[in-house]
Design a protein around this ligand. Structure first.
Ligand code: SF4
Length: 386
């Protein structure tokens, strides 16, 4: 029987702030955002109010604050200031707080960097995606490669010492050589952290519509695997540590925020579409800017809540832990949930080990490079089904 009353060992507590505005819609993106930024002042007031309303959600020290979106770099200094001040007033903040700010190159200049530096933001996540101008246009990004490089240089000038760059591979018009060129440029820039995902085609996006009409050809699974191999090989050669399927860093500069998700720490999500988790339940906010603002103003809850079952906890732990270099701790599953994964999935695990997809080290299952390429499939095979 599954015992879900026992607690997780939590490594962190985090706050995520979703800024649901973008200047223009990238053709592949299905995050929640709106290009109508007229409501921005109202929205920031409501984000501040939601932080105050939900201040009891996390009652221990906060280690990470993450501004994501959408496009946080659309915010003015006073917007960011009022959000951060409200967090500082209502939560206990760690001395080593990581404050990440997602930004797009087209929003950044000297004065913007000065503003965010003055506010204590100490980690940037820059959405560059590719250095190929044709591909940037194809994706409908608002910047070009020259602007991206200039932005990175400016960030260093302003003494940002912890920078993530997002890169996309598998862009249909990019060749293998284009991908190698992107990797050559990024390894020369040497950001502390790189997140790299294969382009996926999502419903309700421009690319999704083209795809459903047969007007967009995507790269196949074999090509995707090849591009992933090139990614890992090049970044490892440049001394990056591959610590999660899609994430790499140097000098142990793991993203505290994302590691918190993967290790099942608690987090409070503020803003439209943001998710929260407190070890017992998961909550997700309305994905509609106007409804979010109206509800917050009328003190109507903006979230839907689901109490997680033991099965949910186990499956989520398998899914998130196996995607990281720390792997899936079998003793943790036994101690927390009375669930012996090795016993339940013995054949599957042995087969995966024989096929060089995973290793069993010190009672922990860890995926190999080959296993990382099939992570989703391997994890779902290990899930408890209804
Ligand atoms: S990828 Fe980023 S900038 Fe582009 S539409 Fe999505 S959230 Fe906005």
């Amino acid at each position: 029987m599954i015992n879900n009353s026992k607690n997780y060992s939590k490594i962190n507590n985090a706050i995520y702030i979703h800024i649901p505005f973008c200047k223009q819609a990238c053709y592949y993106c299905n995050f929640h955002f709106n290009v109508n930024i007229n409501m921005i002042d109202d929205m920031v007031n409501c984000l501040v109010r939601e932080i105050e309303i939900r201040k009891a959600y996390l009652n221990t020290e906060i280690n990470s604050i993450y501004f994501g979106g959408g496009t946080p770099s659309i915010l003015s200094q006073s917007h960011i200031n009022s959000i951060l001040n409200t967090i500082y007033k209502n939560f206990k903040i760690s001395e080593n707080i990581e404050i990440t700010f997602e930004c797009n190159p087209d929003d950044l200049n000297n004065s913007k960097f000065e503003e965010i530096k003055a506010l204590g933001i100490n980690r940037l996540s820059i959405g560059i995606q590719t250095f190929n101008n044709k591909a940037l246009k194809y994706l409908n990004r608002a910047h070009n490669s020259q602007k991206a490089l200039k932005t990175y240089e400016l960030a260093r000038k302003h003494n940002f010492k912890n920078i993530n760059i997002d890169l996309i591979y598998g862009i249909p018009i990019n060749s293998i050589d284009d991908w190698k060129k992107d990797l050559e440029i990024i390894t020369q820039l040497k950001p502390e952290h790189i997140s790299s995902y294969c382009l996926t085609i999502e419903k309700n996006t421009y690319f999704g519509t083209l795809y459903s009409r047969g007007k967009l050809k995507i790269v196949g699974e074999d090509m995707e695997a090849k591009l992933f191999d090139i990614l890992v090989e090049n970044l490892q050669k440049a001394n990056y540590e591959h610590y999660e399927v899609s994430n790499f860093c140097i000098d142990n500069k793991y993203s505290k925020h994302n590691t918190n998700y993967w290790k099942k720490g608690n987090y409070l999500g503020i803003g439209p579409s943001a998710h929260s988790y407190n070890g017992i339940s998961r909550q997700w906010n309305i994905s509609n800017n106007k409804k979010y603002i109206d509800n917050i103003k009328s003190y109507i809850p903006v979230y839907t809540k689901e109490i997680l079952t033991g099965k949910d906890h186990i499956n989520e732990y398998i899914m998130t832990s196996l995607r990281t270099k720390w792997g899936c701790d079998l003793e943790f599953l036994i101690n927390s949930y009375d669930y012996n994964l090795l016993e339940k999935s013995e054949n599957l695990i042995n087969e995966s080990i024989e096929n060089n997809l995973m290793n069993l080290n010190n009672k922990t299952l860890i995926l190999t490079h080959k296993g990382f390429k099939l992570a989703d499939k391997i994890c779902s095979n290990l899930f408890i089904l209804d």
